[in-house]
Every structure is written in C-alpha cells, then in structure tokens.
Design a protein around this ligand. Structure first.
Ligand code: A3P
Length: 288
C-alpha cells in the first residue's frame, strides 16, 4: 500500500484522489452539526457498511424499500470525502451520516451540539486482514503487500485511515463528554438483535418487535452480500472491483489467527499493549 496514494492531513491518511485538505478543513471548522444529527464513525474496515445498513433500516422502521433501492453511500451519506456529491446541508433532519474522521478533525460544532455518534470498533488484527483483502478490491490502493508486510505499516499508521490506535484512543478520549455509543463489530456478530435494540435506545427510536426482526434479518451477512445496494456491485469498477475481492467478504471475527505467524502476533501484541495500556477501557478482544 504505497503512501504516495495518500493525502496526509494532520495524521489522517486517505486516498488523495478522493480527499482534499480544503474540504477536510471546511468540515472541521465550518460544517454545522445539528442537534438531531447522528453519525456513524469508524476506522476503515471496522463495520462501516454494516452500520450504514443497520441505521438505514432502523430509520425506516424495518421497511426495506430504501435499503433495496438506494445505494448505501446515499442512504447514510459521507461527511468528508470529495467522491460523493450529496449536499448534506440540504438534507432534512434527522440526518444520518458516515465518517472515518479521527476526533481531532471532526466538526467543531459537534462538540457543542446534542448530536449523537455511534463509534463502531473492531479487533484491529481483523481490521488488518480485512484491509489486506480490500486492497485487492480498491483501485486506489496498491495490492502488493502481503499481510506480513502490511503489519508494520499498520502499526505505524501508514495505511488507509492513519493510525488505528490514535483513532480509537481519540474517540474513547471524548466518550464521557459527548453523546457517544461504542459498538464493537464482535458484539454485532455475537448478539445482533441486542445490539440493534441498544442502538435504537441510544437514538431514541422505538421499533416494535416485527420492525426489529426485519432490521436483524436484513442486515445479516448473507442478505447484505446479496443486496446490490449494499455490496458495492453497482459502484464504478475502477474504484472498487468486487470481482477481485468481494466487499462483503468473510464477515467473521478471529480470521487473523489464520494469517498471523507467532512472530507477527507477538509484535502486534507488544505494539497494542504499548499504545493502549492506559486507556481504561476493555474491548471484547482484550479479555482473552
Ligand atoms: P471482512 O473483510 O473481514 O469480511 P467496512 O464496511 O468498514 O469497510 O468493513 C468491511 C468489513 O465488514 C468486511 O469484513 C465485511 O465483510 C464486513 N461486513 C459487512 N457487512 C457485514 C455483515 N452484515 N455481517 C458481518 N460482517 C460484515
């Protein structure tokens, strides 16, 4: 994954084709967050598309009309890339939006608003594996790296999204000051229904049992993989080519165990421990 493909802006690394500094500065300094906004924020490859689907279906009370007719990037539109043309300012409230921004680049107006953030986090070892496969799908990433070569770059933050550690530490650092719900990819896998209910409660959205059933059914791995409006099959192939590697690919936790050698595991654990030992927060993957 060559760093020449990236725009680096205050520690945030993104494809230079689809991001620019002026827009990032505009979003940070001028974008007006509204009290009824809700954001899905992720480090890349952590369950962004999954959360977009969950939010779409919660917003529509489990009705699938929108999730089956409108592509996911329009349903929960992106805040910061230049790639998409949705005019966020013209959207009616409540707006649901997606972002990969680290906390220090997030709109300043958010921090004085009542808006909500759902921060989806995934075991970084699986993020790394997912990113490796994604580099085959994404025309804007070099796919030269094998996972072993990608690992030190990931640990140094020289990959799509910049440093996982900084991203997660940054958002955890404000969790008690803003309206923030932390959801892990792993808990979505373990207890999807319970997670959907938790997200509904956080958003103040009351869904009846049938609507919750519909959300859970329609955001399953299989249904999303088959849904053309969620699987990126309609996206321009020069940007994402799902024939090379599917976007909705494997959808499991712990895949890293099949890819990490003991030495890779050891170096990852050491870096993780050093970066995360003072965060005072335990993730599911920290318990074992
Ligand atoms: P894998 O590559 O490990 O399969 P993002 O949307 O942030 O780019 O994350 C993509 C990852 O989320 C991919 O992981 C993809 O398969 C997984 N994913 C998407 N929808 C999912 C679902 N319904 N259930 C489980 N995993 C899902």
């Amino acid at each position: 994954m060559s760093s020449s493909n990236f725009l680096e802006h205050r520690g945030f690394l993104m494809p230079s084709k689809y991001y620019d500094k002026d827009k990032l500065e505009y979003i940070c300094n001028e974008f007006q967050v509204r009290d009824h906004d809700a954001f899905s924020i992720t480090y890349p490859k952590s369950g962004t598309t999954w959360m977009q689907e969950i939010l779409t279906l919660i917003q529509s009370d489990g009705d699938t009309t929108i999730s089956h007719t409108v592509p996911n990037w329009e349903r929960v539109p992106w805040l910061e890339p230049t790639l998409f043309s949705t005019n966020l300012e013209s959207l009616p409230s409540p707006r649901f939006m997606s972002s990969h921004l680290p906390v220090h680049l997030f709109p300043k107006s958010f921090f004085t608003s009542k808006a909500k953030v759902i921060y989806t986090v995934r075991n970084p070892r699986d993020v790394l594996v997912s990113l490796h496969y994604f580099s085959k799908t994404a025309g804007f990433l070099d796919e030269l790296d094998n996972i072993e070569e990608l690992l030190p770059k990931f640990l140094k933050g020289e990959v799509l999204g910049g440093s996982w550690f900084d991203h997660v530490r940054g958002w955890l650092g404000v969790k008690d000051q803003v309206n923030l719900l932390i959801v892990t990819y792993e808990e979505l896998l373990q207890d999807l229904r319970g997670s959907v209910v938790r997200i509904c409660n956080f958003l103040g959205k009351e869904l009846n049992e049938a609507a919750i059933d519909s959300v859970v059914e329609n955001v399953s791995f299989k249904n999303m993989k088959d849904n053309k409006m969620s699987n990126y099959s309609t996206f321009p192939k020069d940007i994402l080519d799902i024939q090379k590697s599917p976007f909705i690919r494997k959808g499991i936790s712990g895949e890293w165990k099949n890819h990490f050698t003991p030495a890779m595991s050891e170096s990852f654990d050491a870096a993780y421990k050093e970066a995360m030992n003072d965060i005072n927060f335990k993730f599911i993957w920290d318990q074992c």
